[in-house]
Design a protein around this ligand. Sequence first.
Ligand code: NAP
Length: 197
Amino acid sequence: MVNSRPRIILSAAVSIDGKIATKNRDSILVGINTVKIDDPLLTVRYAKGKNPIRVILDSSGRISVKSKIIKTCHTIPTIIVVSKKIPQKNLVKLGKNPLQVIIAGKNKIDIKKLLQILQKQNIKSILLEGGGTLNWEFIHKGLVDELIITITPYVIGGKDAVTLVEGDGFSKITNSAKLTLHNIIRQKNEIVLHYYI
Ligand SMILES: NC(=O)c1ccc[n+]([C@@H]2O[C@H](COP(=O)([O-])OP(=O)(O)OC[C@H]3O[C@@H](n4cnc5c(N)ncnc54)[C@H](OP(=O)(O)O)[C@@H]3O)[C@@H](O)[C@H]2O)c1
């Protein structure tokens, strides 16, 4: 069967109590909020291999030119996804850099449309690195195929700390995606859980 979209693997490190950041948002480790807060490089560091294409969902083009993503986009392929609401000045700012801008959606980024575009660019799989807002968007639209969750030995607490999945949440447990546990790996003090949906 020909896939109509890339395979999506949600990957995150969570504390025992399901948080992916503290309330101050200094987190273990991409929607634009994650870029703004963590300024991640999003490269392969602990394994050999070429860097994956980095895709940032940033409707208004708020990404800073000082971010590591923009500073390294001349060497690491980078896609910034915006919506039609992006201010012209931000579009011009992005256009000065050697990166690809994809416009998908009117106000909010239309994720299904974006996935079709990425599929046409021959992107076959995507590692979804959150945060919680973006994770919810993909999960409640039924767009996640696998989850790789690393449980780290911390208890963070706090009602304002970002959890693995934010958004509105499902009103009934039966509406939740059904996960099948595929593998468990113990890495010293951490556990990596690999689920299929
Ligand atoms: N522990 C981990 O593994 C891990 C991994 C990643 C992140 N984090 C943490 O997660 C926190 C950030 O999470 P977050 O939930 O605040 O934000 P997020 O998911 O990183 O980003 C959400 C933003 O993405 C943009 N976006 C664009 N299109 C969207 C769409 N269709 N649906 C939803 N969002 C869309 C929106 O901003 P615009 O409207 O401006 O486009 C939205 O506010 C950070 O503290 C970070 O440290 C932890």
